[in-house]
Design a protein around this ligand. Structure first.
Ligand SMILES: [Zn+2]
Length: 112
């Protein structure tokens, strides 16, 4: 699940979102700060050290073999920690629920 970074054109806030590829196609992204949907995606490489890269690969492989919500949550948390950025509260809450083992489908329902 890739991380997308956005910058609000109205208030200048930058924020990160976790979206699946299909979600990214359909998503209307709005600023968590001011609610404006005038946001632009920031494309830049995420700075990851060699050690972090290895750790990320490990948890990704573990999740792929495991296919559980907790593992998905763990992967997403690792990506977020590597990015060094705060998550918007909604995203952080969804991630916390994933880590608790709630299914992505259940969580999605609450964020429609
Ligand atoms: Zn804004």
């Amino acid at each position: 699940m890739p991380v997308y970074e956005y910058k609000c054109n109205k208030c200048g806030k930058t924020f990160s979102l976790f979206l699946t590829y299909s979600e990214y196609d359909a998503a209307v992204v709005s600023c968590p700060g001011c609610g404006s949907d005038g946001v632009q995606r920031i494309i830049r490489p995420v700075r990851v050290t060699k050690g972090e890269k290895a750790r990320l690969r490990d948890v990704t492989e573990e999740a792929a073999g495991n296919n559980s919500s907790q593992m998905l949550g763990k992967v997403m948390r690792t990506i977020q920690e590597n990015s060094g950025r705060e998550l918007p509260p909604d995203t952080n809450e969804a991630l916390t629920r994933l880590e608790r083992g709630e299914s992505p489908a259940e969580i999605d329902k609450d964020y429609q």
